[in-house]
Design a protein around this ligand. Sequence first.
Ligand code: 5GP
Ligand code: ZN
Length: 123
Amino acid sequence: MASNVTDETTQDCIFCKIVNGEIPADIVLRGTHTIAFRDISPQAPTHVLVIPRIHIEHAAAVEPNHAEIVVEMLTAAREVAASEEILSKGYRLILNVGDDAGNLVPHLHLHVIGGRAMSWPPG
Ligand code: 5GP
Ligand code: ZN
């Protein structure tokens, strides 16, 4: 669970607050190490964020001891895709890291986006 909640960064983190129930979110899945909730500004019919319960800043801060958490993020994404009925049609998983990628929230989150056809390369 969010064992580092006393950490300053974590106290100010909006996604840690969602994990702790301090601010509301439309949670679609709760796992041992992760939760998944609908993005407040959806970019497609399905736009869900899968996040670790602990505060990890972004994908570049992932370490080997996070392996179980990261695997659960991927399996949770598949479960979300199945419950949203987009598993067979396909969907996009996105991890934004840093400014050039448009990373706004400094708590690791996997975007699960689907329900419409998408272009490549991304903008
Ligand atoms: P990033 O650009 O950091 O990869 O994505 C952050 C995402 O978090 C954005 O898609 C944004 O709409 C979403 N977001 C930001 N604040 C909130 C919030 O308070 N609640 C929810 N559900 N989503 C949020
Ligand atoms: Zn956080």
